[in-house]
Design a protein around this ligand. Structure first.
Ligand code: ZN
Length: 460
């Protein structure tokens, strides 16, 4: 199958030009003007922007949690992602403490294989680092193409590792050519504050927010930076939310340390006042919590300064019935909110349309940097000859309203209900196949491929 996309305005992290794109099979064959190709299908993209397919490197699909599962599986989650212009996601495998990494990989594969519609990869979350786990790292990097290892400095008793394990893991991962990613908040402090509020019979979602103050994130980010610096292991902080934590990273750069930072769309556009809505605030209970308006401004600045490298979602949806598990106790509310479908359009509308970031920066933080950082570039994350034909055809002027009645995620509320956005995904191609057209998904479950990733250096 060959496709010619004509007259679109092609945007990459470093280019902006009107040209035609020729696709043969799964890849981009040529880019230029008046190309001498006869394609089987011609798409006229006049007046449209063309972005590389979005890459969301932080999602949780079908994730077991508190006896239930996040409500989007690989089919519904990757389909919703495609509707929103995201063609590849990276999900997190969670090791069970006491069990092997391989065990967890097998379990996650059994849920993803044959179900994903969009492309996907995995990070491996190491929750129990010991002599046995250590022996598995090389195999994951060399054979499985899983080159990033997630750690939790919080969720004490479930996912958290201590600093002794962190240092050991960093040394091994560095040696084998991988990267450590981190949920950087101080688990002991949070644990203390959660118990304190519960003893004081303060149970509303507002206390979820108060139990994770900015200092818990700033402290852990600084400690992580120091450990990564000491070991020389490439490091990446996921879902960074606040000024204190970003300043810890700024300090690390003063000694020429290259520490990578991701934030998520919600931390750029929402704030903690949503927790004042009594239990409705449970819709936005996530960790870290939403922050203050000054933190949003810090994060936008961090993007433009090149310190914040990636905008992801931490998509982890739960239906309202699941959120109700914490009706009488904020610490029992499943953490996470639905956003996989809205990242590209919200960031365009709030960032590019409102003049906060440039078009090139937009592509850099949603497509190119995630591909480079996680070892998928230039196959993914750009529009180039030989790259996968993952493309988003985007109308920069069309206005629409986000709503539970029109979204495609498997969740019965929207965290952005009634938001007016400017800019709409009109069509999406995934490896040369038209995946989304005219508000319809044209590909079936099982189309999504597992993407093996290369070794990574922490430098981009
Ligand atoms: Zn997460």
């Amino acid at each position: 199958m060959s496709i010619l996309i004509k007259n679109g305005r092609i945007i990459t992290a470093d280019a902006d030009c009107i040209a035609d794109i020729v696709i043969e099979g799964e890849t981009i064959r040529a880019i230029g003007k008046d190309l001498p190709f006869n394609a089987e299908e011609i798409i006229d993209a006049s007046g449209m922007l063309i972005f590389p397919g979005g890459i969301d490197p932080h999602v949780h699909l079908d994730m077991p949690f508190m006896g239930t599962y996040s409500s989007d599986n690989y089919e519904t989650g990757t389909r919703a992602a495609l509707f929103g212009g995201t063609t590849t996601v990276i999900d997190f495998i969670l090791q069970k403490q006491g069990a092997s990494l391989q065990n967890a990989l097998d379990e996650w594969r059994s849920r993803a294989n044959g179900n994903a519609i969009g492309d996907y990869s995995f990070h491996m979350a190491v929750t129990d680092f010991n002599e046995n786990t250590k022996k598995e790292i090389q195999h994951f990097i060399e054979e499985e193409g899983i080159t990033s290892f997630k750690t939790f400095m919080a969720y004490k008793g479930a996912l958290m590792i201590d600093d002794r394990q962190m240092i050991g893991l960093m040394e091994e991962v560095k040696k084998q050519g991988g990267m450590i990613t981190v949920h950087a908040t101080n688990g002991d402090m949070i644990d203390y504050l959660v118990q304190k509020y519960r003893e004081e019979k303060k149970f509303s979602p507002w206390y979820h927010y108060l139990s994770q103050p900015e200092v818990t994130e700033a402290e852990a980010s600084e400690r992580f930076a120091d450990m990564a610096h000491y070991t020389g292991c490439p490091g990446y902080i996921v879902h960074l939310t606040c000024e204190g934590a970003l300043n810890a990273v700024r300090n690390a750069t003063r000694r020429n340390q290259n520490l990578l930072v991701e934030t998520c769309i919600q931390y750029l556009v929402l704030d903690a006042s949503l927790y004042e809505k009594n239990f409705e605030g449970a819709k936005w209970v996530m960790s870290p919590p939403l922050r203050e308006k000054k933190d949003r401004e810090t994060l936008w600045a961090g993007i433009n300064q090149g310190i914040v490298k990636v905008v992801a979602t931490d998509h982890c949806p739960f239906k309202w019935e699941q959120k109700l598990m914490g009706k009488d106790d904020f610490s029992k509310i499943p953490n996470g909110h639905p956003a996989i479908e809205h990242r590209m359009e919200l960031l365009y509308s709030e960032g590019v349309h409102k003049g906060k970031i440039s078009l090139n920066k937009y592509v850099e933080v949603t497509c190119t940097n995630p591909a480079k950082i996680f070892g998928m570039f230039p196959r993914k994350g750009t529009i180039g000859i030989g790259s996968d034909a993952d493309l988003v055809i985007f109308d920069p002027h069309e206005k629409h309203t986000i709503s539970v009645s029109t979204h495609h995620m498997n969740v019965d509320y929207s965290a952005y209900e009634g938001w007016e956005v400017t800019g709409k995904v009109k069509a999406v191609l995934l490896r040369g196949e038209v995946a989304i057209d005219n508000n319809e998904c044209k590909i079936e479950k099982g189309f999504g491929k597992f993407i093996k990733r290369n070794k990574v250096s922490g430098k981009i």
